[in-house]
Design a protein around this ligand. Structure first.
Ligand SMILES: Cc1cc2nc3c(=O)[nH]c(=O)nc-3n(C[C@H](O)[C@H](O)[C@H](O)COP(=O)(O)OP(=O)(O)OC[C@H]3O[C@@H](n4cnc5c(N)ncnc54)[C@H](O)[C@@H]3O)c2cc1C
Ligand code: SF4
Length: 327
């Protein structure tokens, strides 16, 4: 492990100031991803700023929606009455994330900003443009069943691993951010980046910016919704492919739809053409299957990841069936 300075900060302004002055600084929340990356020499910051004492742990319902403090633990959010009763897509995504022990340590902000599970990135030695810019892409040169189907570049085919972020995208949630420029909100849809030529930049956060909360708009709680996930084994595993849907129904007809896909791109991937296909129709098993097939349009597999395509169709169909209460 490369040596780094460690600073535990108690005040938001000091955290922002430190992060802005020292761009090669990382924030430490639950540490369940970052500590592993430090131990493996994959993250090599000059400094680690521990933000666990910042006042970002509150979960509050407001007139506008639900505000989830970025430092709230996954288990606390999963158990919150508003989430359990009114946001089943979020509850399911969190229930299916990691293990109870990890969910008791890991935070909401850290979950949406966790780094890719690409094997070549994580092994610390293979060529990897995300870990060591300019070294090449081990996954493109080798074989990788995890690789992206959408939005990949020559430089990187990694996927984003968060379950929660996919559910948040389907619910049109936002990340509330504080930084040197003040406060701003970033729709989850724009928080993460496609790899392009700079795959080492995962998100649109500026140096010194910290996520203070995730905001889920009130409208989300009134929509039919579900999250479905397929993985290599039944427990403690990131998604191979996943899907979250949220539907506004009027008299049995879909008036509005949001469809988000996980495990298929460098960011949670919104399938707007599937949303258009659903709007104005009545959800039944045939439409759920049709939408699942449509979700695979435009997929660009590289090798082993072609196996994800039929799985993607099934997981989208499953999420829609669950949202509609179909068998
Ligand atoms: C065994 C195991 C199984 C897992 N399975 C799954 C799974 O199935 N699905 C899934 O989605 N995840 C899974 N995870 C990942 C886990 O959910 C994440 O490691 C965790 O949510 C990260 O949160 P953290 O608070 O520990 O973040 P940290 O490790 O502290 O930080 C992660 C990253 O986020 C940054 N960061 C953290 N908080 C903020 C903030 N507020 N503002 C700005 N930057 C911030 C850090 O600088 C770092 O880059 C698993 C993890 C383990 C160990
Ligand atoms: S896919 Fe991205 S993260 Fe994986 S080896 Fe290639 S450059 Fe690295």
């Amino acid at each position: 492990m490369q040596p780094f300075s460690y600073l535990k900060i108690h005040d938001v302004a000091a955290a922002i100031d430190h992060g802005a002055r020292e761009p090669n600084t990382v924030f430490l929340a639950g540490g369940t991803d970052l500590v592993q990356l430090l131990q493996d020499g994959i993250a090599r910051p000059d400094g680690v700023v521990d933000i666990t004492d910042l006042p970002f742990s509150t979960i509050a319902t407001t007139l506008d929606g639900l505000r989830i403090g970025a430092l709230a633990k996954l288990s606390e959010v999963a158990g919150h009455p508003h989430v359990r009763e009114r946001l089943p897509a979020v509850a399911t995504a969190l229930d299916e994330t990691a293990s109870p022990m990890v969910r008791n340590m890991a935070t909401i902000g850290g979950n949406v900003l966790q780094r890719t599970r690409c094997l070549y990135f994580r092994d610390g030695v293979s060529p990897c443009n995300k870990r060591e810019p300019g070294t090449g892409c081990g996954a493109r040169m080798g074989r990788d069943a995890q690789a992206a189907l959408f939005g990949a570049s020559e430089a990187c085919v990694a996927t984003h691993p968060s379950d929660l972020a996919v559910a948040l995208l389907a619910l049109d949630a936002e990340a509330l951010v504080v930084g040197p420029g003040g406060e701003r909100s970033i729709p989850i849809e724009r928080l993460h980046r496609l790899p392009g030529e700079t795959p080492w930049i995962d998100s649109d956060l500026e140096p010194g910016e910290v996520i203070s909360a995730i905001f889920v708009p009130r409208d989300a709680a009134g929509r039919a919704q579900a999250y479905a996930k397929l993985r290599h084994r039944a427990s403690f595993e990131w998604p191979l492919v996943s899907a979250a849907v949220s539907l506004a129904n009027v008299d049995g007809m879909i008036e509005d739809a949001r469809v988000a896909l996980g495990g298929v791109a460098h960011k949670p991937w919104r399938a707007e053409h599937v949303e258009r296909l659903l709007i104005g129709r009545t959800l039944d098993a045939a439409l759920a299957r049709e939408a699942g097939e449509a979700a695979t349009e435009g997929a660009r597999p590289i090798a082993e990841n072609a196996a994800k395509i039929p799985l993607l169709a099934r997981v989208v169909s499953r999420a829609l069936s669950d949202a509609g209460g179909l068998p």
